[in-house]
Design a protein around this ligand. Structure first.
Ligand code: COA
Length: 329
């Protein structure tokens, strides 16, 4: 079959919010944020920027890299927890922009595990129906700045906005698919650890929900940290074992960018040197569904990934949802 990532792209908004800016909003300081999280600044989307506009900007770059016309996209998956609307889905808005009118479109909600989950679904569609799906656009896009409580120092320091995309293409040759193995999991028993309580059918928007600040991200930081390291390490080991690959053979690990200390702990437990664990959290913070897509694109453009390299994605997020995927780029 020969399904591979033919192009990548990313987009981050222009506006930068530094740690010094946050010192004016909450009782925190640059030194605390840097040492506890590794974040130095994050991007904040403008009022007229949304998950779909950021996904489109990233997708344009992915299509250009792949040399594919947007009208030739057969399916679009957008991973997001900050869709433009409850419905229609964000992917449909991306589809409208590219005028790929027949394309099958849907959003995927797996929080920070969204990009890897969407890659899994995209690859699966292409393997199941190779004639129908030759070009599948996978996007991760989030505008978390509208879901963050900018009066809560426990969470507002962590998150930022952006989008990352990968264009999956079946070149129709006998070459092997680039996805070698994946290990994705979820555990719905941890909804209290990481969630947005209101805005869905459980707690619809009301005056009380707004006054109670229930439309913002709630997180138990320490517990999330512990679960994230365990989940990313175990799923990485599972994916590598499935493919019969050892960590020494992996050129680059691209972890979800949640906290520099999480990335360091995962790298240490996997036995990979820090220079082989990609980190750009200092610039963007945690962009949730977008983080691995942005990191993948930056790694490609910086020449840190070459065709044929083994690359390991590992992710963790609300749900809980976590998982890893090993690809030969
Ligand atoms: N600035 C200054 N002090 C802060 C602070 C801030 N922004 N946020 C919390 N603190 C304080 C706490 O109130 C606490 O004070 P206390 O000891 O007087 O009670 C102290 O710092 C330590 O808090 P703690 O929560 O134990 O810090 P931590 O080392 O666990 O770091 C996180 C907090 C949130 C950075 C860390 O737990 C984390 O990154 N967790 C994972 C989050 C994540 O990845 N979420 C998304 C998953 S996809």
């Amino acid at each position: 079959m020969g399904i591979r990532i033919a192009g990548t792209g990313s987009y981050v908004p222009e506006k930068i919010r530094t740690n010094a800016d946050l010192e004016k909003l909450v009782d925190t300081n640059d030194e605390w944020i840097r040492t506890r999280t590794g974040v130095e600044e994050r991007r904040i989307a403008a009022a007229d920027e949304t998950a779909s506009t950021m996904a489109i900007a990233a997708a344009e770059k992915a299509l250009a890299t792949a040399g594919v016309d947007g009208r030739d996209i057969d399916a679009i998956v957008v991973a997001t927890i900050s869709p433009d609307y409850i419905f229609p889905n964000t992917a449909a808005l991306v589809q409208h922009h590219f005028q790929c009118r027949q394309a099958f479109c849907f959003d995927l909600s797996a929080a920070c595990a969204g990009f890897v989950s969407s890659l899994e679904v995209g690859f699966s569609l292409m393997r199941s129906f190779p004639k129908k799906y030759r070009n599948v656009l996978v996007c991760g896009a989030d505008k978390l700045s509208v879901l963050v409580d900018w009066t809560d120092r426990n969470t507002c320091i962590l998150f930022g906005d952006g989008a990352g995309c990968a264009l999956l293409q079946n070149d129709g040759t006998d070459s092997p698919d680039s996805i070698l193995a994946s290990s994705l999991h979820a555990d719905g028993g941890y909804t209290d650890v990481l969630r947005i309580p209101a805005g869905g059918s459980h707690m619809p928007a009301s005056h009380e929900s707004v006054w109670g600040r229930k439309h913002f991200i709630y997180m138990e930081g320490r517990e999330t940290f512990r679960l994230a390291v365990n989940g990313m390490v175990s799923s990485s080991e599972e994916a590598m074992a499935m493919a019969g690959v050892t960590i020494d053979q992996v050129s680059l690990v691209i972890p979800h960018q949640a906290n520099r200390r999480i990335i360091q702990a995962v790298a240490k437990r996997l036995g990979v040197s820090e220079d082989r664990a990609f980190c750009n959290i200092q610039h963007y913070g945690n962009t949730s569904s977008a983080s691995i897509g942005i990191a993948l694109d930056e790694a490609c453009r910086a020449g840190r990934i070459k065709r044929g390299d083994l690359v390991l994605f590992t992710s963790f997020g609300g749900g809980l949802a976590w998982g890893s995927m090993l690809i030969r780029f």
